[in-house]
Every structure is written in C-alpha cells, then in structure tokens.
Design a protein around this ligand. Sequence first.
Ligand SMILES: [Fe+2]
Length: 353
Amino acid sequence: MRFVPVNRLEPSMIVARPIYGSDGRILLNSGVELVDSYIGRLKQLGIPGVYIQDEYIGEIEYHDVVSEKTRTRAFSGVKETFESILVGKGFDVEVINESVRDIIDDIASNPNVLINLTDIRAYDAYTFGHSVNVCVLSVLLGFKMGLNELEIRELGIGSILHDIGKIFVPEDIIKKPGPLTDQEMQEMKKHSLIGWEILREHPEIPVKSARVAYQHHERPNGTGYPHGLSLDKISTYARIVAVADAYDAMTSERLYQEAIMPFEAIQIIDRLGGVQFDPEVANLLCESVAPYPVGCQERLSDNQIGMVVDVNQADRFRPVIRVIYNPDGTQIDGFREIDLAKESILSIVEVIK
Ligand SMILES: [Fe+2]
C-alpha cells in the first residue's frame, strides 16, 4: 500500500483504503480497480490522493485510532446534526451521543495507539471530517490527561460540536480560497458565540461541552477570541480542543492550503506550547502522533528511498522503512527493511510528497 497523489493515479491501480465522499459514504472501496472515469471524478471532488495496493510494497498493517465504521457513523451523525440545525429543526442529541460513545469505546480499548493515518476526504466534506478528527484527537488527549469517564464524555460532545456555529457563517467566507479580509474575519469569529448559543438551546448538552464551542479559539497569551482570556480562564476542554483543532487543520488538505506533514505540524505545535496552546496539552499531542506515518515515503541520508511500514512506539522519529530504491535510483531487487531505531547511522533527510 502506498499513497499516490491524485494527479499521479493511473487506470488499473487498485484502491487499498476506502475513499469517502462528502456525505460520509464510501465513494470507492478497497479492492476497486481504478478506471479513467473514477480518476476524473476524484479530481473533480478534490480528493488529494488515494492509498493504492502495491505488489512490491505488499500489505502494510496500519492501526487507526478508531475503526472505519466508527468514523463513517460519526461523520454521518455530524452531517445530519449540522444540516438539521441549518434548516431550523434543532437536532437529536442522541445521534451525537452515539457517535461520541463509539469514538470513546474505540479509543478506550487502546489509548496508547499513535495517531498514524488521517482519513482522506473531499474538500467539501472538510467541516464534518474535521469535527470527527478533532473529537478523536481530543478524546485521546483527554485519556492521556487522566480525565474521568464523565469528563471524557463532556469533552467528546464539546469537541465534535466545537465548530457548529460555522453553519451560520456565510459559505463564501467558509470556502474562500485565500486569506480573509478584516471584515470577513470578524464574521468568521462569530462562530464561537453562535455555537455556544445553539448548544445552550439544548439542555441535554452539558454546559461544559457547550463552553468548548465558545472558548476553542481563546489562546493562553490572551490573543484569542471572543474574549482574549488568559490560560487560567480557559476551560480544560477548550484548551484540549484548541490543540486538536490546530493539528487537524494543519495536516488536512484544504482548498486554499496544502496539508503539511505530521512531523512539521508537531514542530509548530511544540513551538507554540505555552504561547498559543496549553503547554501540557501541546506536549501530549506531540507525543501522541507518528511524525512519519505508515505509508509515507522518505529519502534516507545515504540516498535510499523507502516507505514507512511501521512506527516504533519508543522512538517515533525513527520508523521502520521498506526500501524501494537503491542510492543510485534503481529499484531494489528483493526485500529490504531498515529499522531506523537500530540503524543509528542512517536518518531521514526528506519526506517525498
Ligand atoms: Fe473554530
């Protein structure tokens, strides 16, 4: 399995991981052989790329933090909730509770798994997929911070609905392919307060969860909005969600922004810990992410090129690499894996996108 950007896809390649459309349904399932029309459609939908099966690389085991089923159901739950509010119908809190419960159950069964792969989604699915990812990351961080069962649930609900206020921000601002003007930014910033108000209309939503929508753009150094609160005034849940939100936004492909690699994103989060983010949460996130996820290709210091096939829990920056190209650029003959945790002489010098 390897990741191939959409412009390098070719007919007859076999899909290795399912690709989801904006409605959360599977567009192309694993095992499907690509044809020109599918590739054209993927381009149209803005899907950044596809994990394809690779005879040479073979099967690589990867462990997502939550199952595909949990992700898909949560995605649909968020979509249904957002759309129902948009048409003035309110929403069924039980749908959200169920999605959050699934996510918590998946993570509780293995809270030490590293954040390895992110899901691949259409651009217009960004808000829903982002909400699910932020919930997954937040719950994982909540476990690591030792929150109790009730707190994890409140955090889960707050995190999956943190951006709910965006449904009332004009779509041309949400989807603008470029920087926002001051006035547009003012409009965008209203989503915190709007989200808080929407959630407060539903007494079944805990106040502490609703406060996440209100405070997730507050920053410890007082530069956030809507109130410019300092660290001690920002709720623990909002501090967690702020970090999860930033991490997922940076590592996701968007209309106006190319995704950056996890190793770059954690460097940024680490640097901003204590300034823009709660330092403890920032630290925990950096420890929870695989900087070089399974499936990404790297150039090593001796010029060999290979693919990450496993991440060492104890030394996340030095994964196991399956070599594809020799230092002279020729494809290798046979099978060679290098565990960078054991081969200290070699290092990763470049991530090949
Ligand atoms: Fe937000």
